[in-house]
Design a protein around this ligand. Structure first.
Ligand code: ZN
Length: 313
């Protein structure tokens, strides 16, 4: 029988699944609804997927799961407020008993960075930081091919912490721009998460011009050279590049791979790359902040690397 790992990527709406016969490779990708409030329904959905893959995977293929939320490496508990069925549950341990097969679980941002470090745009670098710029801001750190989870799984969560500037001096403007510290879902005020992702760009535009536009409208206007959108994204770039430069100085990462919805705007990521290079202590002309290549299936591919590593067959 083929040595295969069944991989899942769990989000707030869907379970994405795939079969991996080699680390970093994924095939037979499917998507089914995620019953976020119902653990039993989730177990049933996983059992159905395992049955569908059985002809290719064998009866006892290990399961490797990438999930939204924090994963505490010590206790095994998952903290995922948008997936109540997982919240405070030891997902790997419980599923392993229920399904009578090995199960490994990791955070989805961590899986994305692992995929990029092992098989994507971070290949060849010892220390790779992943910056997830989606609706909010997340991240992960991989060193020597290993996810660094940190205490309670928080390593890489650069989107949280009260760090946002309250005054920003823009070129060609006489007075510094005053910025409020916006409240964050984590309970702090002034987290990068409040301004750094797609919702953050919308909040910045609203703060600057009192008008509610979608991030897509703002980015389209930026491409068209519209002045308000350009100023908004200059502010965004400053607010994101400063903490990112700090992360690079602290971790010594040689490459930042960007995932999440905003990775589909390479021109924005190039803006960040130029600015971060000016701000870090190290001088480099090499690509530093780059769009990841696994925006679509990074969670599944990272899970496949973990699955083969934890359960060699
Ligand atoms: Zn926060």
């Amino acid at each position: 029988m083929t040595k295969a790992v069944v991989c899942l990527d769990i989000g707030g709406s869907f379970i994405k699944s795939g079969l991996s016969v080699r680390p970093g490779e994924i095939a037979a990708v499917k998507r089914v609804p995620m019953p976020v409030n119902d653990w039993t329904a989730f177990c049933d959905a996983v059992q159905t997927l395992l049955n569908e893959y059985r002809a290719l995977s064998g009866d006892d293929a290990p399961l490797a799961i990438s999930t939204a939320g924090l994963v505490d490496a010590d206790s095994g508990e998952v903290y995922a407020s948008n997936i109540p069925a997982f919240h405070y549950r030891r997902v790997a341990e419980t599923l392993q008993r229920h399904l009578a097969r090995p199960v490994v679980v990791a955070n989805d941002a961590d899986c994305f960075v692992l995929a990029e470090a092992v098989a994507g745009k971070g290949q060849g670098e010892r220390i790779v930081f992943g910056a997830i710029l989606g609706s909010g801001v997340g991240g992960g750190l991989v060193i020597d091919g290993n996810i660094i989870q940190g205490t309670a799984g928080i390593c890489g969560e650069w989107g949280h912490g009260p760090i946002m500037r309250t005054a920003l001096q823009l070129a060609d403007e006489s007075e510094p721009l005053q910025l409020p510290r916006l409240p964050c879902a984590c309970g702090q005020q002034g987290c990068l998460d409040t301004v750094g992702g797609a919702r953050g760009i919308e909040r910045l535009y609203q703060q600057l011009y009192g008008e509610a536009l979608s991030s897509q409208q703002i980015v389209t206007a930026w491409h068209a050279g519209q002045a308000r959108a350009q100023r908004t994204l200059v502010v965004w770039c400053e607010l994101v590049s400063e903490p990112l430069a700090w992360v690079l100085n602290v971790t010594g990462a040689a490459r930042v791979v960007v995932g999440g919805g905003m990775a589909s705007e390479p021109a924005l990521i190039a803006l960040l790359d130029r600015r971060v290079k000016q701000l870090i202590l190290r001088r480099t002309e090499q690509p530093l902040v780059v769009v990841g290549q696994f925006a679509e299936n990074g969670g599944l591919i990272g899970a496949s690397v973990l699955g083969h590593r934890h359960h060699p067959r």
